[in-house]
Design a protein around this ligand. Structure first.
Ligand code: AAO
Length: 462
């Protein structure tokens, strides 16, 4: 569960709420050439539709069945996307919502045609099928109202209903079989892995028993024989509850939310960048940490939100993403979503429920150079670390060098760890360069307020 199955590439992008047809085109047009490992896609299973809430993005976190029919498109479009992305070497990772089904008190018919009824004591999801006995018995949940309300008690977190969502009883073989069946269906299509949504609210042994039922990835989609599903689990551990990320190491990577706070502090106060990774805090070890500067929840104040840097402060955001991709901790994901003014707002639409096509600007936007830098320096550690509180710099072994200046300017003679020669800056498309002397030092100058960053690779990053 630890290999993302993308030939050692290092970065995935979350194309939040994008349609399958648009993602397929994006793999071919941009992501393959820019060196992306793959794409995290929004939940592909059949979900509730909530016109009364103006079709919020979060309706897709309320499953009705495991039919591949969602706001992003049909099963045929999903399969076409996976195949087209695989054929250009870009993998697809599914956001897997299997802790629960819909919220209580909801009923109706979903877009894929399946009915559902979670009114009163009913728990009917005939599209799977699940019925009342497949949900965690009420007497297993110690909270008064049946919902999660005490993060210091594992039984409360894992046996009660997360924000009123009908909690599947993962102890049952039947439930494990159905969830594994959904995953095996994705595997057969050629999906390379999953994010397990709300894994913190599932017992680790239930996840393990479910994953033990999975088949290997299909060789006809370009996976070497014996390849396993990549798994990263959403566990929000901010040292403020009973559930710890390391309980989930046996079944894959874990989301490391403390990194979001740490990088935000570091960009506000460069001195803090020197202590970004703090194992004393219980941060996940590097070969289990799944990291990001922000995610779809905390960028819009859901999931607790908190001290994170988002697109709302673009200059800080650039620095945070650049530093995240340049340093050596964890497996990285970057975020691509849509503009919003309301935190529940769904994606751009053609009116009502239908999601609009993504429009690609002529300039292609978002710098692929970063992804190439991280791929080029993989396997090296951070060395020659230098930080004066206003500017920071380090080398990645003898393969790359990175520098960043908070106020937009710096001029300093620094050890780069690189062999003598001239190296061009990928950030300004090689308009500037540095000259490394025989002793490995170079004059590092930055003079650019909007893009206060320099990155070079031995032999070029691309
Ligand atoms: C919607 C409505 C609800 C309604 C429900 C059912 O909004 O009013 O009751 O339907 O009808 C998303 C939306 C939800 C939405 C749901 C279903 O965000 O608003 O509910 O879809 O449509 C916890 C979980 C974590 C979860 C997060 C949102 O642990 O798993 O809440 N994230 C995932 C997804 C998310 C999705 C779901 C799960 C559900 O990414 O998009 O919800 O499928 C603490 C805990 C965390 C906890 C947060 C928030 O953390 O440690 O475990 O996350 O609180 O409750 C500070 C705070 C600390 C906080 C931390 C977070 O440090 O001190 O308390 O920040 O970083």
């Amino acid at each position: 569960f630890y290999d993302p199955n993308c030939n050692g590439k290092q970065v995935m992008v979350h194309l939040f709420e994008w349609k399958w047809t648009d993602i397929a085109a994006e793999c071919e047009r941009y992501l393959a050439g820019a060196g992306f490992c793959g794409v995290q896609v929004s939940p592909p299973m059949e979900h509730v539709i909530l016109p009364e809430n103006n079709y919020p993005w979060w309706q897709r976190y309320q499953p009705v069945s495991y039919k591949l029919y969602s706001r992003s498109g049909s099963e045929a479009e999903f399969i076409d996307m996976v195949h087209r992305c695989n054929s250009v070497g870009v993998r697809i990772y599914v956001d897997a919502v299997v802790n629960h089904m819909t919220g209580t008190g909801r009923s109706g018919i979903a877009d894929g045609g399946s009915s559902y009824n979670a009114n009163g004591d009913a728990r009917d999801f005939p599209g799977v099928p699940y019925s009342a006995e497949h949900f965690t018995p009420r007497d297993q949940c110690p909270s008064g109202d049946g919902n999660v309300n005490d993060y210091s008690n594992p039984s409360n977190v894992r046996n009660c209903y997360l924000v009123g969502l009908t909690d599947l009883y993962g102890k049952l073989d039947y439930v494990r079989e159905k969830v594994a069946g959904y995953f095996n269906q994705l595997i057969q299509i050629g999906v390379a892995g999953i994010r397990i949504d709300a894994a913190k609210h599932m017992w680790p042994e239930d996840i393990s028993a479910t994953l033990s039922r999975l088949t290997d990835l299909p060789t006809d989609q370009g996976f070497p024989a014996g390849s396993k599903f990549y798994v990263f689990q959403e566990v929000i551990d901010q040292n403020d509850g009973a559930i710890k990320v390391d309980e989930y190491y046996n079944t894959g990577y874990v989301t490391e939310f403390r990194y979001c706070s740490k990088i935000a502090w570091g960009i506000k106060d460069y001195g803090q960048l020197s202590n970004l990774i703090d194992y004393g805090w219980g941060m996940a070890r590097s070969d289990r940490a799944f990291i990001f500067t922000d995610n779809h929840d905390n960028q819009r104040g859901h999931g607790g939100g908190g001290n994170v840097i988002t697109h709302e402060s673009p200059r800080d955001y650039k620095q945070a993403v650049a530093y995240t991709l340049a340093q050596d901790y964890g497996f990285t994901r970057i975020m691509s979503s849509y503009y919003f003014t309301n935190t529940d707002q769904g994606p751009p639409s053609n009116g009502g429920y239908s999601t609009a096509d993504v429009i690609i600007n002529g300039d292609g936007s978002c710098g692929g150079g970063w992804v190439e830098f991280r791929n080029a320096v993989v396997g090296t550690s951070m060395e020659n670390y230098w930080n004066n509180g206003n500017a920071v710099a380090f080398s990645r072994g003898n393969k790359g060098f990175f520098a960043m200046a908070k106020q937009g300017s710096m001029s300093e003679s620094l050890q780069t760890g690189l062999p003598a020669g001239s190296y061009c800056n990928i950030i300004d498309d090689c308009a500037s360069s540095i000259q490394v002397g025989a002793d490995g030092t170079a004059q590092i100058s930055i003079n650019n307020y909007e893009e206060p960053i320099l990155a070079v690779c031995a032999g070029g990053c691309g």
